[in-house]
Design a protein around this ligand. Structure first.
Ligand code: ZN
Length: 262
């Protein structure tokens, strides 16, 4: 590891060790090493898949699209077989040790939950494909539970077993409202942070991308761990240009030694 990265590891670990409200924010870059493709890169999903397939209004109005999206969801869509990587595990350990307040994520892959971040410490701003939801009563059902449910012939998707409404993957589509509770809680916790770490996000999708600015406005230190530039780099206190799965496990070990918890 280069001297620059060693220095960055020491600095970030020292901040985490004394932080009282450490908030972690993640984007697609944390999951690429779990085999989930990035969306916006040069080989990203949007260079191969028509984003209109993920348009909320189209989903509401087109039974054929709903049928196609549900079948894709049932088969796993993107990442049902993916496993958390070393970066997810490092993040989960920081939460479990009480060193991080929460994880706010743009990802719908569910890998933070599967790596052991408790539900009450995890705010999935764009929903999660580990759940399906009813678009009428908003009840959420674990994906596994829905796999054998048969689509209604007219709706193209299964109907909610509670109210008969249309079902949809828990991931938020384009033009679909953001989950209210998660969004409000992410803003509140970002504003309360004294240390804010961005992992693997290019910080271009709003309102998610506003979270680091909320933290900095209230005096938090900002560290950005990403392999490309972001529009927030100029307000960051520390920029770390490397892969999260190679960098974060060492940070956790360093923090534990600094706190006598190794
Ligand atoms: Zn319902």
């Amino acid at each position: 590891m280069s001297a620059v990265l060693t220095e960055a590891r020491h600095q970030l670990a020292a901040w985490i060790a004394v932080s009282r409200r450490f908030v972690i924010f993640t984007g697609a870059g944390i999951s690429t090493e779990s085999g989930i493709p990035d969306f916006r890169g040069p080989d990203g999903v949007w260079t191969k898949v028509n984003p209109n397939q993920f348009d909320y209004q189209a989903y509401l109005s087109d039974p054929a699209l709903r049928r196609q999206r549900w079948e894709s969801y049932r088969q796993g869509g993107m990442g049902a077989d993916a496993k958390p990587n070393a970066a997810h595990l490092a993040v989960a350990e920081l939460v479990q040790l009480g060193l991080a307040d929460c994880v706010i994520t743009q990802n719908v892959d569910g890998l933070h939950a599967r790596s052991g971040v408790p539900d009450d410490r995890l705010f999935e701003l764009h929903g999660s494909s580990r759940f399906a939801k009813c678009l009428t009563c908003w009840t959420r059902f674990p994906r596994e539970l829905t796999l054998t449910w048969q689509p209604d012939p007219a709706a193209g998707v299964p109907l909610c077993p509670d109210c008969g409404g249309m079902m949809k993957s828990g991931g938020v589509s384009f033009g679909e409202p953001m989950p209210q509770y998660e969004t409000a809680e992410a803003i509140r916790r970002s504003r309360a942070a004294d240390l804010f770490l961005v992992i693997g996000s290019s910080l271009v999708v709003y309102p998610a991308a506003a979270m680091p600015a909320y933290a900095v406005e209230q005096g938090a230190k900002l560290a950005i761990l990403n392999i490309s530039e972001t529009p927030h780099d100029r307000i960051a206190d520390l920029l770390i240009d490397t892969r999260a799965a190679e960098f974060l496990p060492g940070v956790v070990e360093t923090v534990k030694r600094m706190r006598g918890q190794a």
